[in-house]
Design a protein around this ligand. Structure first.
Ligand code: PRP
Length: 188
């Protein structure tokens, strides 16, 4: 295979494993939100593939929207500088909101964007978090996803929306980036 480069990425979860996990999450969400107005809110860029697959596994009349949040790289990760690039324009009043993340690592993106309290202030009935991957060993904020696909260790993962310096987002699987030292840099 020419892409990714040989040895650059070790497969952690195959396309089939991700598909199965997304279906399982979709079934749980379908059951939990039956009869309730549900809005999925994805955090760009990483959550796009996950949200697009997940919403098609939820057998309910849902709505979805995206916001853009990012935190800065290696030098500023420790300070947790988070920027909200685009606000949510969706009306969430009297609706249940499920924030969809590809990964919750330190939790600072969610905490410092004030997204969760902001959604409640906008009148959301409930706000919960669905993360494809959870990396609790690196948590620095009081954030706990309500739905978790995979719990992972301190590994720098790429693919299925996750990048390493902008690369690998379009891999159909999740892998561990093989570049030395990336494992301890966090998902930035
Ligand atoms: C990544 C990822 C999550 C966040 C998780 O986004 O998509 O949103 O980091 O990390 P945290 O829990 O430590 O805050 P990033 O800011 O790299 O932007 P991206 O989605 O555009 O890649």
């Amino acid at each position: 295979m020419a892409w990714p480069e040989s040895g650059a990425v070790r497969v952690l979860y195959t396309e089939a494993q991700i598909r199965e996990k997304v279906s399982e999450l979709g079934r749980r969400i379908t059951c939990d939100y039956d009869g309730k107005p549900l809005v999925l809110v994805g955090i760009l860029n990483g959550s796009a593939p996950f949200l697009c697959d997940l919403m098609r596994r939820i057998e309910l009349p849902i709505e979805y929207s995206f916001i853009s949040v990012s935190s800065y790289g290696r030098d500023t990760t420790s300070s947790g500088v988070v920027r909200v690039h685009s606000e949510l324009r969706h009306d969430v009043r009297d609706k249940h909101v499920l924030v969809v993340e590809d990964i919750v690592d330190t939790g600072l993106s969610l905490e410092r964007s004030y997204l969760l309290p902001n959604l409640l202030e906008r009148g959301a009935t409930t706000v919960k978090i669905c993360a494809l991957m959870d990396k609790p060993c690196r948590r620095r904020a009081k954030i706990t996803p309500d739905y978790i696909g995979f719990t992972i260790g301190d590994e720098f993962v790429v693919g299925y929306g996750l990048d390493a310096d902008g690369r690998y987002r379009n891999l159909p699987f999740v892998g561990v980036c093989g570049r030395s030292g990336r494992e301890n840099d966090g998902q930035k």
